[in-house]
Ligand binder design. Structure first.
Ligand SMILES: [Zn+2]
Length: 349
């Protein structure tokens, strides 16, 4: 029926007039509609997905801080700079901001004492001029606070805070607003959407897709926990979490793929080459034969958020080949540069 379509997210047959343009992979990740978008989502699901699923995910501190560091702008918006709060067993609390010019600021708000802001360069990132500019803007932004330059004299309390901040990562814990609920739902939305896009209406109407939809729209997190969805999430650097041993993106890209895993289909979502989520898309292997590849079957989308470039779907084999070529070229370039600098050194000597 040409006048109707089956919506990816509710599975209902809808009139064409209900079609809307949906980013299966959210725009905040740098995805464009052209390769990872669809018109097969009804207006009502699109609105709900945007508000309940994409928005909380894009506001997650992991996504925001990575976007901030990499300067990824989406829909003309920069990510927010307030990334979290330091928990340090004291009634006061410390907000953490990433600022322009690779400067990090800690806003220290005490209950009784004067509030202050301490700031400094992230690594060697900020020049003295940049520090000066940031100092001025912080004074404007936090008019009621004492703004402390790293070189300035500190009170005992400020010194204590500064050393506590120095120890961050060892003794302090950032209360990150990491929202696992947001991640789970966002990954299910992306996996369901890409599977429907790739396998077509037969998958959209399948029981497997219904199973994912039930999870997607269940608002009660306890009920969602009880749903029989198979998946996992973790950092690629963790030794016990390596689902995608064969392929993942590098630090500046996201990689999404549907791949055959033991006669089932898994959806792998790798964000910034660091955070990986795995979700079982098809538990019966009905669609395995439709994936490209001879040795390893899989369809891959690679997103470069800075360049706003999406490649895919390509076969898993091609993706692996591309990645190893990229690595080879990078290694050759590095080797050539090293040789160059050692030659310079010899000439100097
Ligand atoms: Zn719908």
């Amino acid at each position: 029926m040409s006048g109707e379509f089956c919506c990816f997210y509710c599975g209902q047959v809808q009139p064409k007039s209900e079609c809307s343009s949906e980013h299966i992979i959210p725009a905040c990740l740098g995805a464009t509609l052209e390769k990872t978008g669809t018109r097969h989502v009804c207006k009502s699901c699109n609105t709900r997905a945007g508000k309940d699923i994409d928005l909380p995910f894009c506001r997650d501190w992991v996504i925001e801080s990575q976007r901030f560091f990499q300067g990824i702008v989406s829909r003309g918006k920069r990510p927010s700079t307030r990334i979290g709060r330091i928990d340090w067993d004291r009634p006061e609390h410390v907000d953490v901001y990433f600022l322009e010019h690779k400067v990090i600021a800690y806003r220290f708000r005490a209950k009784t004492n004067e509030s202050c802001v301490i700031f400094g360069s992230i690594g060697q990132g900020a020049t003295p001029e940049a520090i000066g500019v940031v100092h001025k803007s912080l004074k404007d932004k936090f008019a009621n606070h004492r703004v402390i330059n790293p070189g300035e004299e500190k009170t005992d309390q400020e010194r204590e805070l500064a050393s506590a901040i120095d120890a961050m990562g060892r003794n302090l814990k950032l209360i990150m607003t990491a929202d696992l609920t947001a991640w789970d739902r966002a990954v299910v939305k992306m996996g369901l959407g890409l599977a429907c896009l790739y396998f077509g209406e037969e998958y959209t109407r399948s029981q497997q897709a219904d199973r994912l939809r039930a999870f997607l729209w269940e608002n009660d997190p306890d009920k969602r926990d009880e749903m029989p969805l198979h998946g996992s999430a973790g950092l690629l650097s963790q030794r016990d979490h390596k689902q995608s041993q064969f392929f993942h993106g590098d630090k500046s890209t996201h990689a999404f793929y549907l791949a055959e895993v033991g006669n089932k289909i898994g959806f792998f979502a790798g964000f910034f080459g660091e955070y990986e989520n795995f979700l079982e898309i098809d538990s019966v292997g009905t669609f395995c034969g439709r994936l490209p590849g001879a040795l390893m079957r899989g369809a891959v989308w690679i997103i470069d958020p800075k360049k706003k470039e999406t490649i895919g779907p390509i076969s898993l084999e091609e993706a692996i080949h591309r990645r190893s070529e990229e690595r080879r070229i990078a290694a050759e370039r590095e080797f050539a540069q090293k040789n160059q600098s050692s030659n310079d050194f010899k000439e100097d000597a």
